[in-house]
Design a binder for this molecule. Sequence first.
Ligand code: IVH
Length: 669
Amino acid sequence: MDKDSPQGRITQLRKNIEYHNQRYYQQDNPEISDVDYDRLMRELQELEKQYPDDDLASSPTQRVGAAPLSRFSSFTHPSPMLSLANAFSPEEIIDFDSRIKKLAGDNISYIAEPKLDGLAVNLVYENGVFIRGATRGDGVTGEDVTQNLKTISSLPLKMRAGEGKAIPSFIEIRGEVYIETEPFRKLNLRRQEEGEEPFANPRNAAAGSLRQLDSRITARRPLNIFLYNVGEARGIKFSSHCEVLKNLKSWGFPVNNLIEEAKTIQDCIKYFDHISEQRTTLHYEIDGVVLKVDNLAIQEILGSVSRNPRWALACKFPATQATTIINDIIVQVGRTGVLTPVAIMQPVNVGGVTVSRATLHNEDEIIKKDIRIGDTVIIQRAGDVIPEVVKVVLSKRTVKEKIFKMPTQCPECSSEVVREEGEVAHRCINLACSAQIKEHIAHFASRGGLDIEGLGGKISAQLFDTKLIHDPADLFYLTKDKLLDLDRHGEKSAQNLLDSLERSKNPPLDKFIYALGIRNVGEHISKILAREFISIEKLMSAKVDDLTAIYEIGPEIAVSIVQFFHEPKNKSVMEKFRKAGVIPRKTEAKTKDSTLQGKSFVFTGTLESMPRAEAKTIVEKMGGSVHGSTTSKTTYVVAGNEPGSKLDKARTLGITIISEDEFIKLVGR
Ligand code: IVH
């Protein structure tokens, strides 16, 4: 296809946007700014309006951008969504097989699948196009979350024809929406950075994200989907579950790659053991294995009892919850001075790991859950997330439990502790608090920061306690002699540490910014700052206005940054970095802006937000051109207040007319 034709451009834009969706949502590593992304999106929307085609249904424009809803409408599933009976032991798995064989004969084989720990959804496709999707709800009626499901980039908006069976006129496809562990961790970090409560686990995060009334929020969540079943289907027949999965795959649906055929129930048990071993290495959470009778005719014969099909079974992993007693509640001081209460518990085994501490998050959480010292509690561990207390076992409560009170003085430096209005956290406000500095140094050297090998929390604390360093910049002035004085440090480990410090002297700018530990500046914001400012010097001299002009940077973040670089102590630390040769790599210069390349603008009427000359400069900087009169070649006529005859001309010529607001959005101001 001619790349310069509108159709060619449409194809190119769709590919391009899909690619950027992938980078942003799946890899959390965007290549272009949100403004540039929005521009591509808008160009595609415009072109699609003018040149509708058959692939519109699967275009990225169909995924994001719908107006927020005031509530979800309810959706009655064309065929009910059943649930699964549970098994917790090999004996129960064998019982399941025996029951089936009694009812349907001995010739049974199974399909074994991971039991994904997300939330079940039902998708309706008509003639291959995704029409509607809903949560499971009570199995009969769920919530219509179509707009939100559309934002999941791995969900095909249009089924792919070709290899598999012909696309049916109607089909319900069931699956699980989930969030992978690493994107979940990042999502929670970002939430904390923005002062929001972290999600308890990926499943809650997925559920919360799918139940957003504003699908633009859902679009920013790293949701994924696996499909594993078919409900009602018209004009198509399958003979086995294996065939269902094959067809789902060939139609373009993500199907889990750990699904296997298991000829006998022994194979199923082996599969369960094998998956249990693999569990911790997977990128997503699973809570067991699902066994399904492969032959669909046999499934039908077996039918179901009280909403559970007889032909399927959920074999659950042992619970990752356990019961224990809280012996004490201590308070830890973090890098930003936040005081975190931590429960010290009688050690207990939770899903194979001995746990003796659990975070209690903050005082409000303790009050909400009414946790007291001496209480018997249920704790849980999800993946590698810090264990937490789920609830108190009130039936075990006596009168001896002690109510915990947050200290009024920092447990490390005895300075005053404050709780600012609107914040859940208590903070130690002493910038020289030793606990904060140690955490700060450890953060600087951590994986998200300069990633200095061999410099964990313990060594950071030791270096600080022995007064070898006072801040992160001092690290680069360490010598072998000084290190050898430290106990535990032999010749070799001292040299290793010096080598890794040397290696980390030219970090990528975003890592360096993150490592500085500026309040409200986490990994995501650091990436934005690195992209916008290119060098640390430019960021250091930025004013609040320069910062707030950047999309996603609000006044609070901007003020934190400016204050950080104005603080005399920080200034001297920055100078020490420079002198030690710690020079972050400049971010690669942005390529010339060509977002409005080939677009011509005509302005009519007065603009409220800026003089015309400024609008002209903006357009030209972005590669577009501005003209005095409307012709058939004009791309946009921007209509300000009291527009003149240029507007009528635009209407007769069928040129796109945009308001000042739309213009401002288009140029990303
Ligand atoms: S099949 C009748 N397959 O488990 C069969 N379910 O308790 C219906 N789930 O609501 C489901 N992984 O959320 C099936 N591979 C899998 C699954 C799976 C997770 C969930 C699903 C369902 C619940 C059943």
